[in-house]
Design a protein. Structure first.
Ligand code: IPM
Ligand code: MN
Length: 345
């Protein structure tokens, strides 16, 4: 059909390396004309100009169909500067209220778990992480910094509106899956105010989805289950911070952070959604051509599914599955993995 108008933000560290492989595979599977615009954002730009995300760039990004992002963050930049003013600002400004993080164990993938014992039926779940609220809003402050009386707050913001739209999206996803199970992960025994809001929201929205089975797990217990019985999960809905933490663990048990893809999704399509590997910029291996591009490639599959190219998305997923099944311990370069998957796709 028409052109896919893509914004590409390679970002920091291994970001540009893995994004290049994602684009290689994209080219291999799509018949649509892909127009790419690269945006130079991240540590380099901050050092050169002091800019993180100029308003004019943000406005330009709004004009694209989707954004593909590599990774943001560098040890040479004070912690939080790029994270908050670039990555989180994009998520907030573009209203990416669903941070979608699939956790799927592909055959042949190695896991630190004793899979035969703890996940005999495999692992295949998806985390719907709320993306615009929680402790990520920057609502907090510090007093008397550097004194023995120092005080710092980091307030978790939870609105009914925000929880409800995440919960409704998660229910819809659960309904479309075989097991139709939705687990709310929170900590309502301690975080009583927000916990109550989330629980009630799940209960009330759940009435619209009578065939979805719901349950609840405290976040600390969820980490135990992720290590001892991950097959129990189908769709998890949770707040921004719990979602951040458990999706790293979910990645670790399904083959590692090199495979974990994510979508920062604006389901209302009032702005472009943004797709990125869950991993960071990995400065220790940047420039060596050894980063695993699989997470970025799977993020391209999520991107294609979002823009309605389901066939192309499925072709990428099967190509990745095929590659993983035969991967073994072979040491391949970033480009070799990208080539292999592109050839299969
Ligand atoms: C992630 C990252 C980000 C987050 C950081 C870099 C702001 O850890 O995408 O999971 O906490 O969301
Ligand atoms: Mn994270």
């Amino acid at each position: 059909s028409e052109t896919l108008n893509l914004a590409v933000i390679g970002g920091d560290g291994i970001g540009p390396e893995v994004v290049a492989e994602g684009l290689k595979v994209l080219d291999a599977v799509t018949d649509t004309k892909v127009e790419r615009t690269e945006y130079d954002l991240g540590a380099r730009r901050w050092h050169a100009t002091g800019e993180t995300l100029p308003d004019s760039v943000l406005e330009e990004l709004r004009g694209h169909d989707a954004i593909l992002l590599g990774a943001i963050g560098d040890p040479s930049v004070p912690s939080g500067v790029l994270e908050r003013n670039l990555l989180l600002r994009l998520r907030f400004e573009l209203d990416h209220y669903i941070n979608l993080r699939p956790a799927k164990l592909y055959p042949g993938t190695s896991s630190p778990l004793d899979l035969a014992r703890v996940a005999p039926d495999g692992i295949d779940f998806v985390v719907v992480r709320e993306g615009t609220e929680g402790p990520y809003t920057g609502n907090g402050g510090a007093l008397r910094v550097g004194t023995p009386q120092e005080l710092a707050t980091e307030v978790s913001v939870n609105t009914r509106f925000g929880a409800e739209r995440a919960v409704r999206d998660a229910f819809a996803r659960a309904q479309a899956r075989d097991r139709k199970k939705l687990t709310l992960v929170h900590k309502h025994n301690v975080l009583t105010h927000a916990g109550h809001l989330w629980r009630r929201t799940v209960e009330e929205v759940g009435a619209e989805f009578p065939d979805v089975h719901t349950d609840y797990t405290h976040v600390d217990a969820a980490t135990i289950y992720l290590a001892t019985d991950p097959g129990r999960f189908d769709v998890i809905v949770t707040d921004n911070l719990f979602g951040d933490i458990i999706t790293d663990l979910a990645a670790a048990v399904t083959g590692g952070i090199g495979l974990a893809a994510s979508g920062n999704i604006n389901p209302d399509r009032t702005a472009p959604s943004m797709f990125e590997p869950v991993h960071g910029s990995a400065p220790d291996i940047a420039g060596k051509g050894i980063a695993d591009p699989t997470a970025a490639i799977l993020s391209v599959a999520l991107l294609l599914a979002h823009v309605g190219q389901d066939d192309a998305a499925r072709r990428i997923e099967s190509a990745v599955a095929g590659d993983l099944a035969e991967r073994g311990d072979a040491q391949r370069s970033t480009a070799e993995i990208g080539d292999a998957i592109a050839t299969r796709a």
